[in-house]
Design a binder for this molecule. Structure first.
Ligand SMILES: O=C(O)CCC(=O)C(=O)O
Ligand SMILES: [Fe+2]
Length: 228
């Protein structure tokens, strides 16, 4: 499922993150990627050891925790600490596939996250730069994504994707991966559709007993599919 989640960060939070990123020390994005990715990756990132990365990452993670749509769509069990990237002067990240299993910290060999879902949270406005589209290729074709600051896209980590060259200005984003309690994307989508439909039925004042039974079906499907 490819889903856009609006307003993960407020305008004020976006401003604060962007101001902090203006002062930041950036590193070559190839430091956090394998051989395959390094051939096509031309961008900058906050180093994993950077205190600013930890601070801004915590802010993003807190915003995700408050967002009901993120929980409903991702059913997160583990989230990689968010990273931050910048593309400018032709910066790009050619077609690649994200690593399937990631270590949270190089020193901690026990902490792994399986990447079920990839997320990009846009931190500046589409009119600030040319190019920099996130192109996601799946069985339905190619989707080109470029969102307002504060909005996020999530998509299955099994998809090939690229970021097209930024030919004017700079593109700033936060990106991270989620291990979902429901590994199968098709199951996750069914649960998301059921969850949001139950919510609209509830809001429209539908028959409470029927809504209760449907809620039971939702939870019993989740109980069957969840790995926690
Ligand atoms: O910058 C983005 O939107 C995506 C970055 C990406 O695909 C990656 O770092 O694996
Ligand atoms: Fe990627």
């Amino acid at each position: 499922m490819l889903l856009q989640i609006p307003k993960v960060l407020s305008a004020e939070a976006v401003q604060a993150v962007r101001r902090a990123l203006e002062q930041a020390d950036w590193a070559d994005g190839r430091e956090t990627v394998g051989v395959q990715g390094a051939q096509v990756k031309r961008n900058e990132q906050l180093p994993d050891s950077s205190p600013l990365k930890a601070e801004l990452g915590a802010l993003v993670q807190a915003a995700l925790d408050r967002h009901p749509l993120f929980f409903a769509a991702a059913l997160p069990v583990r989230v990689m600490p968010p990273r931050f990237n910048r593309y400018q002067n032709g910066g790009t990240y050619g077609f690649h596939i994200d690593g399937s299993v990631m270590r949270v910290q190089a020193a901690d060999r026990a902490a792994y996250v399986r990447s079920d879902i990839s997320c990009t949270l846009f931190l500046n406005e589409p009119q600030d730069y040319d190019g920099g589209e996130l192109v996601i290729s799946d069985t339905y074709g190619e989707h080109r994504i470029k969102l307002p600051a504060g909005d996020m896209v999530l998509y299955p980590s099994s998809s090939l994707h690229q970021v097209t060259p930024v030919t004017r200005g700079a593109r700033l984003a936060s990106f991270f991966w989620v291990q979902s309690m429901v590994r199968d994307d098709a199951h996750r989508r069914l649960l998301f559709e059921m969850d949001t439909t139950i919510e609209s039925l509830r809001r429209s004042g539908a028959d409470a007993a029927a809504v209760l039974r449907l809620t039971g079906v939702y939870h019993n499907l989740l109980r069957g599919w969840a790995e926690v």
